[in-house]
Design a protein around this ligand. Structure first.
Ligand code: TRP
Ligand code: ZN
Ligand code: CA
Length: 448
């Protein structure tokens, strides 16, 4: 502000001996090299990306649905044993993967029908992202594209959620509906029996009915714009053109949800409608042929599937679940562990440390551990800063740099500490590796 301070004069004097400072820095760097430091310690947070859904797993589910039909009179229709066997197969997989499953019974045409609901524990119960598919076939065939395909696509996505041990902000729910082919009976039953307070917690319902048609189109439901965009963006990223679904709005279970004001979306690869030549050109299919020539016929078997369509749509489902499950919510506030005690840092001397005790955590530290430091110093290039995990592993936050003559290190670093147990004594270690300028650690904190 007014007359030159001692510090300013000091700094000017220091500029004349930069050569010496560099030598000191190199020497200190050699010492620091003995310490295990994590690569990319100051990396930025990573956005969680959906995994690639293994098409082999999806096809194994389709093979199972085919076997179930073969063993039960050739179909998996409402009121027939092949339907219940399909429910049991899916429920077994989900129970083993840690889902909370519920079988909801209803009666239609004098036969018992079943819906299967699977909840992934956790997430905001007031914001439910819901994916569903009808599991029944018509009685004339095994119903592998209609709708083993949607059933298998959401099943494998649910299993991927479990494999990833996903902790989404929103609550995830999956549903398999009975008796869709008889008039959306199962999904209507579910929605009618859902109290309005529960309906209003559903952020969105995503429907998958026929997503592996053998002569596939890539149709996205033109309904809720946010859901539609998530799907369209995924296909655009793969350079796969999409069209709006027009082969019958209200012809599948999303209508049951939409009718009570729930936002819906979904994917579809086409049923009995014929592929145009323009569509055949953009999708590489056969013009003048139905998207699914075996729609509602006995030939809707496990050979009635385009692997490419099944693969793309399964990945798109996972993308939507990952994206919508994490979007639009405020994450839980961070816990903060801080040490505000001053620690003086000896000039060109030994490293000093300052501890913070982390308690009350289970498991490991996050991949985005935030370390905020406040160091007052007259030449911050002198300073090497590391975070020490409870087991002593060092994470380099800042290297020395003889030319960085600015004051102070008041900043926040993000460190991948996911291989460290969270609870225990963490330390900030600071070393001044060049003579003359000095300072002290004012405070530092961990938050996660
Ligand atoms: N199972 C549906 C039905 O028979 C298949 C179907 C036709 C469909 N058009 C649709 C599914 C449009 C979703 C969107 O009606
Ligand atoms: Zn169907
Ligand atoms: Ca110094």
């Amino acid at each position: 502000m007014s007359s030159p301070t001692p510090r300013t004069r000091h700094r000017l004097a220091r500029r004349a001996r930069i050569g010496r400072s560099v030598i000191a820095t190199v020497a200190a760097g050699a010492v620091a090299g003995l310490i295990a430091t994590a690569p990319g310690a100051a990396a930025t947070p990573t956005t969680l990306e959906a995994p690639d859904i293994p098409i082999a797993n999806v096809k194994a589910h389709l093979t199972e649905f085919q076997s179930i039909a073969n063993a039960n009179g050739g179909n998996r229709a409402h009121g027939r044993p092949g339907y219940k066997a399909s429910i049991d197969y899916i429920k077994g997989k989900l129970d083993a993967a840690g889902f909370t499953t519920t079988v909801q019974q209803f009666t239609y045409n004098g036969a018992t029908g079943y819906n299967l609901i699977a909840d992934w524990p956790g997430g905001d119960a007031n914001q439910v992202v819901f994916a569903g598919a009808h599991l029944d076939s018509v009685s004339s065939g095994p119903g592998i594209n209609d709708n083993g395909s949607g059933s298998a696509g959401i099943l494998e996505t649910a299993l991927a959620v479990s494999r990833a041990n996903l902790k989404p902000a929103k609550h995830l729910r999956f549903g398999w509906w009975g008796a869709e082919e008889l008039g959306l009976v199962g999904s209507k039953h579910y929605v009618n029996n859902l109290p309005s307070a529960e309906r209003s917690k559903i952020s969105g319902y995503l429907n998958f009915d026929m997503i592996g048609s053998p002569n596939p189109g890539y149709f996205v439901y033109d309904d809720d714009p946010e859901i539609e965009k998530v799907f369209k963006d995924w296909f655009a990223g793969k350079n796969v053109p999409t069209e709006i679904e027009t082969e019958g709005d209200g012809r599948s279970d999303h209508a049951s949800f939409k009718n009570v004001g729930i936002r819906v979306g979904g994917l579809f690869t086409g049923a009995s409608r014929t592929m145009s030549s323009a569509q055949a050109q953009k999708w590489g299919g056969t013009a003048g042929q139905a998207f699914d020539p075996c729609y509602h016929r006995s030939c809707d078997t496990s050979s009635n599937i385009s692997d490419t369509a099944m693969d793309r749509n399964s990945d798109a489902i996972a993308h939507a679940i990952w994206t919508l499950g994490s979007a639009g919510t405020t994450p839980e506030p961070d816990s903060v562990f801080e040490n505000t005690a001053d620690v003086s840092i000896p000039d060109n001397g030994a490293a000093v440390t300052s501890p913070v005790e982390v308690t009350g955590r289970t498991g490991n530290a996050p991949a985005t551990l935030k370390v905020a430091v406040d160091i007052k110093h007259t030449w911050r290039g002198d300073l090497v800063v590391d975070l020490l995990a409870p087991d002593g592993t060092a994470y380099r936050l800042k290297n020395s740099s003889g030319s960085d003559s600015a004051d102070n290190v008041i900043t926040s670093y993000t460190t991948d500490a996911s291989s460290e147990v969270a609870n225990g004594t963490w330390k900030l270690r600071v070393q001044d590796v060049a003579a003359q300028d000095t300072g002290h650690l004012d405070s530092w904190k961990l938050s996660f």
